[in-house]
Design a protein around this ligand. Structure first.
Ligand SMILES: Cc1cc2nc3c(=O)[nH]c(=O)nc-3n(C[C@H](O)[C@H](O)[C@H](O)COP(=O)(O)O)c2cc1C
Length: 317
């Protein structure tokens, strides 16, 4: 099985990925949060900062991701990204459920128009084949907008193109991150997909992974929140030691130091670290108390006291 780190916009940026790869690793590929190209000729500044090779450690096997429903924007952005050295694989985001994205028929909003998807893929694969670059084009998708009824039509579109890997997060846009993944829809994809599949969704523990792997014979799984919460998860799956408080403390301190260097104001650092605890508190026996201790901090002084209390007095599950 291959293991991929899912992209989480605002969370798994380069600072985060570099620290993770140094301290834990074990992941075959890291998918970068989406870049959304627009009418401009070039992606600039903030749009590409996250994937600049100089910002990404050599330990991070990074796959850039593009969010668009326009073949011309995709091709233009991909050429620029390939010039930066990313010539192996580009991923297309057809899953983002955010309101502003869906309103523009992008991300999971694209799923409501399978004819438009078909035209988009035809154009980009024609370009890819004529370019002879050998670039792999992979896709990360949800299973529908309001329900999964149109999923067979969506799969029909994917099946017409040589997508190098189709990652399925079996939720609809409407579900956002609620409920459980729709494994019936995933079963259907396993049955009909002509392209290699990767599963994504709610793998948070070794047991979750083992239950999945017992049942499915896919080549890869992509893990997001579970791996942010427990950075040792993939290593544990591979039989290494369980996450310890010391590992978690080291990870915390590294991220704190690295974010401190690039954040302009204390409140930004505080926000970033609170976000980290949104996930990491899952590991603690009393996860609600842990989350609350951090959430109520109004400044870095109080935050540091709270972290000291957590690591000093609270135990992992
Ligand atoms: C805050 C947040 C940001 C996300 N950003 C992206 C993104 O940029 N691109 C993408 O394909 N998916 C994005 N996702 C979806 C995740 O990659 C993943 O599909 C989802 O969290 C389900 O997997 P998990 O249960 O392993 O976390 C995001 C999810 C969250 C919660």
């Amino acid at each position: 099985m291959k293991f991929y780190f899912a992209p989480l916009e605002g969370v798994t940026g380069f600072t985060y990925r570099n620290a993770f790869a140094d301290l834990f690793g074990g992941v075959d590929k890291y998918y970068a949060p989406f870049i959304s190209p627009c009418v401009n000729d070039k992606l600039k500044g903030k749009e590409i900062r996250d994937i600049l090779p100089e910002n990404n450690s050599g330990k991070v096997n990074l796959v850039p991701q593009i969010l668009t429903n326009r073949a011309d924007y995709f091709i233009k952005a991909t050429k620029q990204i390939m010039d930066m050295g990313y010539t192996k694989e580009i991923n297309i985001n057809i899953g983002c459920p955010s309101g502003t994205v869906v309103a523009k028929n992008k991300g999971s909003g694209f799923l409501r128009d399978t004819d438009a998807m078909d035209r988009f893929f035809e154009e980009i694969f024609n370009w890819r084949d004529s370019d002879e670059s050998g670039l792999d084009i992979s896709v990360k998708t949800r299973i529908g907008v309001n329900d999964a009824e149109g999923f067979s039509e969506i799969m029909e579109v994917y099946n017409q193109y040589p997508i190098s890997e189709l990652t399925i997060h079996p939720r609809t846009r409407k579900q956002m991150y609620r409920d459980t993944p729709d494994m019936k829809a995933f079963d259907y994809a396993v049955k009909v997909s002509r392209n290699p599949l990767c599963y994504n969704g709610d793998i948070r523990t070794v047991m979750d992974y083992e239950n999945f792997a017992k049942k499915y014979n896919v080549e890869a799984v992509m893990i997001g929140r579970g791996l942010i919460a427990n950075p040792q998860l993939v290593n544990e799956i591979k039989g290494q030691e369980k996450l310890t408080k010391e590992m978690l403390k080291q990870y915390h301190d590294r991220l704190y130091r690295d974010f401190e260097k690039i954040m302009k104001a204390d409140k930004h650092l505080l926000f970033k670290m609170k976000e980290f605890w949104n996930y990491v508190s899952w590991n603690f026996e009393d996860e609600n108390k842990c989350a609350k201790l951090v959430r109520k901090c109004q400044n870095l002084y109080k935050y540091n006291l709270a972290v000291e209390e957590i690591f000093g007095t609270m135990e992992l599950k």
